[in-house]
Ligand binder design. Structure first.
Ligand code: ZN
Length: 233
């Protein structure tokens, strides 16, 4: 995983906040070294907390606005300026839409940005949208002769990647985020209301514990862990 002025990272995330949880420290590190980073959100992230189909309340609009604002502030803080939202696509309902719509959307971003490195979700996350995002990326990156990212990694999302009955996320790539840990945490704090008390995983202690736990595998104090799913040399 090379970060320099030639590197172009594309993060394909299901929901705003996944990008910071999955690779916030890595994005900050890449940007520090001159890489370009773009983030594409395939859906919004709050509707699952409301009764199914009831998305016209004042509270829904308020929470939606807070989430968009949080994403913009977090990514602006990290130095990401290329951000694409899709707030029409409801959270935890990607299984109700044709996969091809996601595939075409991702293909258009790959064609536009020609990323050298792509990050996305792991197939077996508990959140249904995460697994479908993985399948859409897999389809968008099929070898049909058009441009393909040289490296594709999946990231882990606290809660979703670890609450499954049988987790299959097996990291084999580790990015030292000791220098950018504070940035990741500060970016995460822009998502107002998402940080809960430990032992909830999405807490300061939860995020730090995961980064340290993964770090122990490679002798580093804090890392973000990824699973390389394809690399073209
Ligand atoms: Zn998510």
């Amino acid at each position: 995983m090379q970060f320099d002025r030639e590197a172009r990272l594309l993060v394909v995330a299901a929901h705003p906040d996944d990008e910071v949880l999955g690779c916030g420290g890595t994005m900050a590190k890449a940007i520090d070294r001159g890489a370009k980073v773009a983030v594409c959100f395939l859906g919004e992230g709050i509707s699952a907390r409301f009764p199914f189909g009831e998305y016209d309340s004042e509270e829904f609009r308020k929470q939606s606005a807070t989430r968009i604002e949080g994403a913009k502030m977090a990514l602006n803080y990290l130095g990401v300026s290329d951000i694409t939202f899709n707030f029409e696509r409801k959270a935890c309902q990607f299984d109700t839409i044709p996969l091809i719509t996601l595939v075409k959307e991702i293909e258009s971003h790959i064609e536009r940005l020609r990323p050298t490195i792509l990050f996305t979700h792991h197939l077996c996350d508990v959140n249904v949208d995460h697994g479908i995002t993985y399948k859409a990326v897999e389809t968008a990156c099929r070898a049909t002769g058009k441009y393909n990212p040289k490296e594709i990694y999946t990231f882990e999302i606290v809660c979703s990647s670890h609450w499954g009955f049988q987790s299959t996320f097996q990291p084999n790539t580790f990015v030292d985020i000791s220098d950018t840990w504070e940035k990741k945490l500060n970016a995460w704090h822009h998502y107002k209301g998402e940080n809960k008390r430990f032992p909830f995983p999405r807490s300061d202690t939860g995020l730090e514990t995961l980064s340290q736990f993964r770090g122990m595998a490679v002798g580093l104090p804090k890392v973000e862990a990824f699973q390389l799913v394809r690399k073209i040399v």
